[in-house]
Design a protein around this ligand. Structure first.
Ligand SMILES: O=C(CO)[C@H](O)[C@H](O)COP(=O)(O)O
Ligand SMILES: [Fe+2]
Length: 236
């Protein structure tokens, strides 16, 4: 499934990946189904450990719960120290993509290999302040590269355009199968620039979840159109 689902996410228009961080957790199953019904092509789940980032969210129990109600690709963003301890658990919980942070590990390469060995897509994320050169030697082991457009740890922050420069250079540095993802502050003002810079996956939290579930489809469609329009934004 992961190879196939990665190729599917890469084909056609850029995919908006709802970040469930900001969903109504008292109604998690309903929120997942609402996103699926609204046409989401995958879901982004933010795991925060209170150490790599101050905030603390959830772990594999929630990943397993989401997997039990959907077949959508699950893109797990691991904002945690020592991710190597839990890769097996997250894979067993139903992850299709596991993205580790380069800042959280000494050398991401063995972890990316370990993720691929579990038949899960291997992702590598870098913070806005981390230079692209830091991950150059790991790129051949990546199925996905995530350029953060906010400092990780919370939803609702403003978009940092440094991610656009990284996406543009990544386009020329990675194999054509590799997914390029952007996460943080993606909304109606910033989505077009992300598409233009080469993002295949745009993670969106607050710009979707501050709306009523009845509006999810319209929001996803609007953001998809903007991302696919590839119009340069002048006011970022
Ligand atoms: O990884 C994240 C934060 O660290 C989230 O995926 C991201 O912030 C989504 O929320 P928003 O679209 O509101 O910025
Ligand atoms: Fe995220």
């Amino acid at each position: 499934m992961p190879r196939e689902c990665l190729a599917k996410l890469r084909s056609g228009t850029p995919a908006i990946m709802p970040s469930m961080l900001l969903c109504d957790f008292a109604n998690l199953g309903a929120e997942v189904r609402a996103m699926e019904d609204a046409g989401a092509r995958g879901l982004h789940l933010d795991v925060m450990d209170g150490q790599f980032v101050d905030n603390f969210t959830y772990g594999m129990t929630i990943v397993r719960a989401v997997r039990s109600v959907t077949n959508l690709p699950l893109d797990i963003h691991l904002m945690m120290v020592e991710p190597e301890k839990y890769l097996g658990d997250f894979a067993d919980a139903g992850a299709d993509i596991l993205t580790i942070h380069t800042e959280a590990v000494e050398d991401p390469k063995p972890l990316l290999k370990a993720i691929r060995e579990r038949n899960v897509g291997a992702g590598l994320a870098l913070n806005p302040t981390t230079p692209l050169e830091q991950i150059a030697d790991a790129l051949p082991l990546c199925d996905l590269v995530l350029a953060m457009s906010v400092h990780p740890g919370a939803g609702g922050q403003s978009f940092n355009p440094v991610a656009l420069e990284k996406l543009s250079s990544l386009k020329d540095q990675v194999a054509k199968e590799v997914l390029l993802e952007v996460d943080g502050g993606v909304n109606n003002t910033t989505a077009a620039a992300c598409g233009l810079a080469g993002a295949h996956l745009l993670v969106v939290g607050s710009a979707i979840f501050r709306h009523d579930p009845s509006e999810y489809r319209a929001k996803l469609e609007e953001l998809t159109q903007l991302a696919a329009s590839k119009l340069a934004a002048s006011n970022l």
